[in-house]
Design a protein around this ligand. Sequence first.
Ligand code: F6R
Length: 614
Amino acid sequence: MCGIVGYIGSKQACPILIKGLRRLEYRGYDSAGVSMINDRGELNVFKAKGKVDDLVAFLDDKDVSGTIGIAHTRWATHGVPCRENAHPHYSSSGTLSLIHNGIIENYASLKEKLIEHGYTFVSETDTEVLVQLIEYYKITYQLDLLSAVQRALAQVIGAYAIAVLDRSNPDEIIAARKSSPLAIGLGDGEFFLASDATPLVEYTHKVIYVDDDEIAVINRHSGVNIVTLQGQSVSPEVSEVTLDLGAIEKGGYEHFMLKEIFEQPECILNSMRGRINPDGTNVHLSSVIDYGDKFINARRYVIVACGTSWHAGLIGKSLIENFCRIPVEVAYASEFRYNDPVIGEGDVVIAISQSGETADTLAAIELARSRGAFVYGIVNSVGSSIARCTHTGSYIHVGPEIGVASTKAFTGQVTVLTMLALCIAKERNTITEEQLHEALQELLRIPDKMREVLKQNDAIASLSRTFTYAHNFIYLGRGYNYPVALEGALKLKEISYIHAEGYPAAEMKHGPIALIDAEMPVVVVATNKALYEKVLSNIQEIKARQGRVIAVVVKGDDTISKLVDYVIELPETADFLYPLLASVPLQLLAYHIAVCKGKNVDQPRNLAKSVTVE
Ligand code: F6R
């Protein structure tokens, strides 16, 4: 989703802004722009449709000088992707420029009023309305920029992170936030602004996360001053960001997605570090220790999440119900927030989010909290909005995920959910000590087993070439593997644009089997010990209709191997841990098919990494 970058200091702003935009490319966007105030006091705005490279080409013969500037990558919401709709937007008089993430919901009525006052618009965006509104207050009531921003934002309904430049004050950037992330990096005599910490870490590790309804005045000489929308002064909390530069670069891999797939063994070790004893005899999550009563005596758990995180939630449901014998519901956060859910005291809501900024998940948390539920977050991005608005939580510690298609965050989430289930089961005595040790010791073996799976990368790459013709794919799995099938299908459609559906294997004969013919590839995750015979029958039904089956099986499974067209083997593990192994070849399959089809795997069309609008 849209990305914001800003700089003020003694260096030339433009190269820093462009580099920052590149660091935010992973969020997904369709146009980009920069605005600087140069030494002659001119406020320039340059924008281009397409990628940051297109913007750089456009800047080639322009005056991009200036030590203060703001920049933006836009993911279209109001109006098509084009230069006019790209940010920054000028105010009518050309004295202000503004960038904006989020959505101004009442932009139409504000625009109407501004038109009545004689304002004209060159774009279709809600953002241009905001910059004109600020200018309207500034001029009409002779206000300084801060007061004009306060007056304008008081009129706005919606979500925003904004940054504004004023030609008449080349020493100041004003930024504000409501429901859309904004971080300020504190350098040595220089300041940086960004939607998340990734563009900041090569310059500074000291960061202020701006909170909702706060406005930051970033002044070249006096530093950062934070006030509320109403003008009360706030003392900002400076956080230390531990992210290192290597973690946000490709490290020799062709794509971030491939790097992140290969990082998974190390990532899930990081998720388990300090939480499981090295000998696998105990597991502790600090949240469960601190709020034991809430977790142990919950009448029900409700998992809220979106997309891939929702798939992890489905696996979490099976884990918690099987190990802890507590009922669990899994809701799409976007549905939960509008369904008037029956939720309250005694319920534990588990919010799962990689980015920690997903608007629907945030809204679901707020609703659950307002009704008295206890909210626990499973989040990757440290210091993100979701991490800060839950009662407690566990970070998954897999490092920044740059590829838009989620991979290592998924396995990290499943790892934390597994530890959570085992931890609660231990406290509730719904698991014996022997079972707990066995489960934890097997969980500790997963990173090595994942490395075994990754060795099949070349074989999966060559198998993928066979399937670039396909327009459809079906993914099947049962029990713990059903969400794996859903996630495999989502990965494929996201990055290769091949239509793919995931089903519980036994549902085939209730409809989808009509689709099977010699052209239809069907991926079957067939590792379940408990339901082995049933899945075998499902495969026979597909083969009887000439479907082409790729089966993910346990090593040494001669029965299914003989029956199907292609086999991917996994090392043996416990049924509840197969999702961690089985999702890896499905990620690789999607990745290689997309690469063979020449798609942009790291930034697939129309997708955003962090979905900060509804
Ligand atoms: C899929 C994907 C999305 C996200 C979803 C939720 O690869 O990345 O489906 O899982 O947008 O995002 P988070 O987890 O950041 O809340």
